[in-house]
Design a protein around this ligand. Sequence first.
Ligand SMILES: Cc1cc2nc3c(=O)[nH]c(=O)nc-3n(C[C@H](O)[C@H](O)[C@H](O)COP(=O)(O)OP(=O)(O)OC[C@H]3O[C@@H](n4cnc5c(N)ncnc54)[C@H](O)[C@@H]3O)c2cc1C
Length: 428
Amino acid sequence: MNVLVLGAGIIGTTSAYFLAKQGHNVTVVDRQKSVAMETSHANAGQLSYAFSSPWATPSLPLSLIKWTLGGTSPLVVNPNVSLETIKFMYRTYKNCNPNSYEINKSRMLRIANYSQKTLIDLESKFDINYEHRKQGSLQLFWSPKDLEKAKQDMAILKKFNIQYEVLDAQGCVEAEPGLQYIRNKLYGGLRFINDYTGNCYLFTSELYKKCLEMGVKFEFDSHIESFSVDNNKVSSVKTNHGELTADNYVVSLGSHSPKILSSVGIDIPIYPVKGYSITLPVLNDLDAPQSTIMDDKNKVGITRLGNTIRVAGIAHLTDHNSSLREKSLHSLKKGLNNLFPHAAKETNDINFWTGFRPSTPDSTPIIGATPYSNLYLNTGHGTLGWTMSLGSGKLLANIVSGNEPEISLEGIDMSRYKYSNKTNLNYG
Ligand SMILES: Cc1cc2nc3c(=O)[nH]c(=O)nc-3n(C[C@H](O)[C@H](O)[C@H](O)COP(=O)(O)OP(=O)(O)OC[C@H]3O[C@@H](n4cnc5c(N)ncnc54)[C@H](O)[C@@H]3O)c2cc1C
């Protein structure tokens, strides 16, 4: 079967890999010159299998008020707010309740767990170097209230049999010696023993080489413009280089997926939540993070990648405006200095970067069939696309091939959004 995968980020590339493994002739199309040049390029580097959590928490509305009053909000909303932004905020708000949180977190964990198993299996087959470390991750608590809030998460983790440790301040310093300078400010932390870290760009580039070895073709520098449909099927994809045809089509265009899909009556609620990262050289190994540290209060993730430290965070709601915001640069630097004051070398070369998280209001990706019988989605991975990528790619390949999926599809495909199908077609 010929399959066209649209998008060569981490999601398109993992999809292509598993489709090729199942024997399909795969072509990947992307507007960039190589893989992982957009949102998959310089993310926080966390393979946060156990930490997989929706953005919409029951405490988000109150936190927003506190952040705004404190003048240090990790959420920034563009003053000329668009209708798309309002829709995303409203739909996210509707998920800020304990029941939705539990449902959404369980769905995310299902995919994340599967992704970790898939990575372990992949690594048993070939060496893949992506500056990875397997030393767990640490979510910091600043007060007893933070620990209290994390109890709902712990209950869900127990259900999924996911290992974690509750640490006091000293335990945090033992896990991450660079935190010794702020030991007195810390209350404790939750350590996810089996989480990993790694460079998503390097990983995608390595998988790209494997794809080439398996005969996958990549058409770079190609702008995808629209689909042509005939009855209930996609008949071709129009690009700036002409039309491409295949038996099946997979959309993995990250935060740009809705635009092309809306032209054929599919209205999926993916919003580009802009984030930023900086990457700095390590000054002193023991004063630097060893793995990933999540500071939920300031919404930054700090990760060790080789001899560098990646600091990422901020949720900026400004549609697809890709300008680099100076204030965000300062908050990321502050976020690092607050936790690891002696970790990084003073340098002007800090690779200030921005990317758009393809975010759904329920933080769960959209994987599976559409009302068109040969069109599939693997998109909407939001804050955790790197973490959920391998499971998503394998799941998608099984769906396209008509094989029995290895995890339940409940709540994962687009049919969970009642308003998403505007095609007058029924799901196949
Ligand atoms: C600041 C930040 C920190 C993050 N940290 C983490 C983390 O620590 N762990 C984690 O798991 N996740 C993290 N994420 C999320 C993760 O990076 C994303 O979920 C993931 O990269 C999405 O991958 P994707 O392949 O769907 O999208 P992308 O990587 O954006 O790929 C989409 C591809 O589609 C192509 N494309 C789009 N439109 C067109 C078109 N019209 N024609 C042709 N090509 C097109 C683009 O060129 C691109 O290559 C973070 C994100 C941000 C912004």
